[in-house]
Design a binder for this molecule. Structure first.
Ligand SMILES: [Zn+2]
Length: 279
């Protein structure tokens, strides 16, 4: 069966009122993003991190899944293709829309993990006041089970494996991500298959020429178009490097040339052998 790999990001949940994690000016509701999202300093900022993720959990608990979440959840049951969905979002809106097989590349805001014993638990949308681990009773080493900046992301191994498995008749769909964390534009250039970018806003970090189709619509309106495009491309072959042309946008838009350093880091990211920690 044809494979469709989806990589989704914050744009999916914006229509549910969930703010993108990377706020403007590096702030999110008064919190310094660098402080609450950096792995190497989380212990020094543990109180602020707890408050920040309490607020985000509360916000996500009040949000409702939107049409984009429901459409993606519905794609899991497709008879036309096998969906492999990787999201960078830490919210649970896809699951609440009925999705059961989404890989959360950066973890889940509903989960807490003890750094001492490794015990992880689902706390739903609750506010957490105590940092006591219910299993090993260690205090102060319980943290959100999400990947902070600079930390290893174990689920990237599954994404790499899915990307490596793509063939010329398969498809890659990138929805609602700026490309600042995952170099999705470079990934699109390196894999075979029919490639679609769905995002209302051009991003300087994504070269649209890497995609065969660019859908400049919010996710809820864009995904029906994405499904039409996937359907229409069935049976065609798309080898690596045969990029279709979205030249006008590339020339007139704010998209800059791909920096050699970014490309090199992507290549090593995508094609390096998995380290033992990835498996
Ligand atoms: Zn523990």
């Amino acid at each position: 069966m044809r494979k469709v790999v989806v990589i989704s990001g914050a744009g999916l949940s914006v229509e549910s009122g969930v703010q993108a994690f990377r706020g403007k000016e590096g702030l999110w509701c008064g919190h310094d993003i660098a402080k609450v999202a950096t792995g190497s300093t989380w212990l020094a900022n543990a109180d602020e991190i707890r408050d920040f993720y309490n607020a985000r959990r509360y916000e996500i608990g009040r949000a409702e899944p939107n049409a984009a979440h429901r459409l993606l959840a519905g794609m899991e049951g497709s008879e036309e293709f096998e969906l492999l969905h990787f999201t960078q979002n830490v919210d649970d809106l896809l699951e609440r829309a009925g999705a059961a097989e989404v890989v959360h590349l950066h973890g889940s805001i509903r989960r807490l993990r003890c750094e001492m014993c490794g015990h992880a638990r689902d706390v739903g949308h609750q506010r957490i006041r105590s940092a006591l681990c219910p299993v090993c009773r260690t205090k102060g080493l319980v943290r959100p089970d999400i990947v902070l900046m600079g930390e290893h992301a174990p689920e990237y191994a599954r994404l790499r494996s899915a990307l490596r498995s793509l063939g010329e008749e398969d498809a890659l769909v990138v929805i609602g991500t700026s490309g600042n964390v995952l170099s999705v534009g470079e990934i699109a250039k390196q894999v075979p298959g029919f490639k679609i970018l769905c995002d209302p806003t051009p991003s300087a970090a994504i070269d649209p020429r890497a995609f065969h189709e660019v859908v400049r619509l919010p996710a809820s309106e864009g995904i029906p178009r994405v499904l039409e495009l996937i359907h229409a491309s069935a049976g065609s072959r798309f080898p690596v490097g045969r990029w279709a042309t979205v030249e006008e946008e590339a020339e007139s838009g704010p998209v800059g040339p791909v920096k050699p350093g970014r490309m090199a880091s992507l290549l090593s990211w995508l094609f390096r052998s998995p380290r033992p920690a990835d498996c």
